[in-house]
Design a protein around this ligand. Structure first.
Ligand code: ATR
Length: 293
């Protein structure tokens, strides 16, 4: 008797070696006992649209798409889901009834950890401040709107970018404030979200302090390297509720796994596994850089 065919999925990016997705999906596959593989594919941006279109002719179930290919994935698709349309980028491509579908799981990935800490009733009475106006910010804003957060204040280091994004959205619940007013604005926030790269290893910290923040505020930092960013460390020091970047990383991967392999990921302490990997990488880097610590 012939065994069932091995299911194939993967992640496309350029570069791709740093991606944690293969580790995560492979661990889920193993734990669930699924005959499948999840492979990193290095795809050059100028070849990406063609490469994506050929997916329909292969046995690959689908792929995640990461930087800088997220917009190109939209161009190659036959169908674009509401989420991908709203965010204007796709992080997931899969074949359904012979059609290439572009989807985005970042909204879901961002929302799940948040609704683990705040009820929908609380969120529907909340003011959120979002720092940053790049790709991650768009997904976060879309998620906050979907969660019926009634007041979303967008603040970006380059003021015009935040103002333009809000003007394009043209929604009464979303408006921008100048970077220069960020400290004063914090006093109004129930949820404070960092979508910028500030605070990442080798980057400066986000230039805010939380002394004006409400004691009931929740601080959500999308950065996960390091896991305890300067912003989260200050939030901890002040006794504020916190969410780091690892939960979102895991939660955005879950729906992709279900789409590719036809069942939900199994129970697994994914956060510990990723933490271990990230610590290993940073130790390796410290050794290479000659850092004795
Ligand atoms: P992504 O797609 O991950 O969101 P991006 O599109 O490159 O990345 O956006 C990066 C965001 O981080 C931008 O909003 C950027 O602000 P500018 O528009 O002023 O460049 C923000 N950012 C990066 N470094 C920052 C820093 N040190 N302080 C504040 N904001 C920073």
């Amino acid at each position: 008797m012939r065994g069932s065919l091995v299911k194939v999925a993967g992640v496309c990016g350029w570069p791709i070696h740093h991606s944690l997705s293969p580790l995560l999906h492979t661990a889920w596959l193993k734990q669930a006992g699924i005959r499948g593989v999840y492979i990193p594919f290095m795809v050059k941006p100028w070849e990406a649209e063609n490469a994506f279109r050929t997916l329909k002719k292969t046995r690959i179930q689908g792929v995640n798409v990461t930087l800088p290919l997220k917009q190109l994935a939209l161009n190659a698709a036959d169908e674009i889901t509401q989420e991908a349309q709203t965010i204007g980028a796709a992080n997931c491509l899969y074949v359904k009834n012979g059609q290439l579908v572009a989807h985005n799981t970042d909204m879901e990935g961002f929302s799940r950890p948040l609704i683990g800490q705040r009820t929908s009733d609380e969120l529907s009475r909340s003011t959120a401040i979002v720092f940053g106006a790049g790709g991650a910010s768009r997904a976060v804003i879309a998620a906050l709107l979907a969660l019926d957060v009634p007041e979303i204040i967008l603040i970006n280091r380059t003021d015009e970018k935040a103002a333009t994004l809000c003007a394009q959205a043209n929604l009464p619940s979303l408006y921008s404030m100048p970077w220069g007013q960020r400290q004063a604005a914090l006093a109004r926030a129930d949820v404070i979200i960092n979508t910028t790269s500030a605070g990442m290893d080798n980057y400066p910290a986000l230039d805010i302090h939380l002394k004006n923040a409400r004691s009931s505020a929740l601080v959500y930092d999308l950065v996960y390297t390091p896991e305890m960013t300067p912003l989260l460390a200050e939030a901890r020091h002040r006794g504020l509720d916190r969410i780091g970047g690892l939960p979102m990383l895991i939660e955005q991967a879950r729906p992709s796994f279900t789409l590719f392999f036809g069942q939900e990921p199994p129970e697994l302490d994914a956060a510990s596994m990723l933490r271990k990997e990230l610590n290993g990488r940073s130790n390796l880097k410290a050794m290479r850089d000659g850092d004795p610590s």
